[in-house]
Design a protein around this ligand. Structure first.
Ligand SMILES: NC(=O)c1ccc[n+]([C@@H]2O[C@H](COP(=O)([O-])OP(=O)(O)OC[C@H]3O[C@@H](n4cnc5c(N)ncnc54)[C@H](OP(=O)(O)O)[C@@H]3O)[C@@H](O)[C@H]2O)c1
Length: 294
């Protein structure tokens, strides 16, 4: 049985759906406060939903009991309750989950971190790298996935890429290449890593099929839609000021991510794709899908 923590999130939900399609027995951790529709969707996939919280060690011990694999995608960056924080959940909660998994004798722990190119200091960075280190030293068989930027999140209106209205906010010059990846592909890699010998005690950087600058992404959307985009550049100096000045941990982390993307995040996938031959979604295919162009 595979336990998924973060199952009510975008990536965790997609992982549950793919595991279930493959006939795996899946248990999902959800909270009292999790969105009821998302919990229902998991149940409709024949996923067994158990209640728990990364802040509650006993609930993690119960959830890990009998699990052969744990996959954790949870984060508080976008989905959080008033008592959640990056330090308390993304860091300490994930550390507790690793310990609970080890105690339960779990055979493999798959942890979703983020790209090794993103090294701007912030609470999320500290959490990700601290959990990675703890997991590597835990004695558990680990797989650390380090994806680049999700297209569905960062090329969406919520984060300033408004393809419906033809406007886009670009970080820095927008000239540095980024290996935008579709979250469905991240889910596919996570699922293929379950029990795979090449995923044993491995750190796997995950990017999409091509590294494109933000400016090239805009050009691709313009070509696909036949429409001109108005772009607004947030200069690197402004991003740096935001990052230095941010006191709130979430704001500091978002500022660090935007600065990191301005620096670029190019990932060479040739070796990984030889081992895990996933047919990855291109930015052009994503643009075609989300803009509804046939
Ligand atoms: N977005 C990107 O471009 C990007 C790039 C690289 C890596 N990543 C990583 O990818 C992972 C998945 O992201 P996502 O987009 O799927 O996130 P998401 O949609 O915001 O989902 C977050 C999940 O974490 C759960 N969660 C939050 N606090 C919790 C707690 N205290 N106890 C238990 N569960 C808790 C949420 O549960 P509720 O529904 O109950 O709130 C939800 O299921 C994250 O680790 C993120 O850092 C993202």
């Amino acid at each position: 049985m595979i336990l998924v923590v973060g199952a009510t999130g975008l990536l965790g939900g997609e992982i549950c759906s793919r595991l279930s399609e493959r006939g795996e027995s899946v248990r999902a951790l959800a909270r009292k406060t999790s969105d009821g529709a998302k919990v229902q969707r998991l149940k409709s996939l024949r996923v067994k939903v158990v209640e728990g919280d990364l802040k509650d060690r006993a609930s993690l011990e119960a959830a890990c009991r009998g699990a052969s694999t744990v996959i954790s995608t949870a984060t508080t960056t976008l989905s959080r309750q008033p008592d959640d924080s990056i330090g308390g959940v993304d860091q300490d909660g994930q550390l507790q989950l690793v310990d609970a998994a080890r105690q339960a004798g779990v055979a493999q722990f798959i942890y979703v971190s983020y790209s090794g190119n993103l090294e701007v200091d912030c609470p999320l960075h500290t959490a990700k790298r601290t959990v990675e280190r703890h997991l590597r030293e835990s004695g558990l068989t680990y797989t650390i996935l380090r994806p680049s930027v999700f297209m569905e999140v960062w090329l969406s209106p919520a984060l300033g890429f408004d393809f419906s209205n033809g406007t886009a906010r670009l970080f820095g010059t927008g000239q540095r290449p980024i290996s935008w990846i579709s979250l469905g592909d991240v889910a596919e890699f996570a699922v293929r890593c379950v029990g795979h010998p090449a995923a044993r005690n491995a750190v796997i950087e995950l990017g999409g099929p091509e590294a494109l600058s933000h400016v090239e992404v805009v050009r691709t959307f313009e070509e696909v839609t036949g429409r001109h985009f108005d772009t607004q550049h947030v200069p690197e100096t402004v991003l740096e000021e935001q990052w230095r000045g941010a006191a709130d941990p979430v704001q500091k982390s978002f500022a660090a991510l935007m600065l990191g993307f301005a620096h670029g995040d190019s990932i060479d996938m040739r070796q990984t794709l030889k081992v895990f031959p996933v047919r990855e979604v291109t930015v052009r295919e994503y643009a075609t899908r989300v803009t509804g162009v046939a």
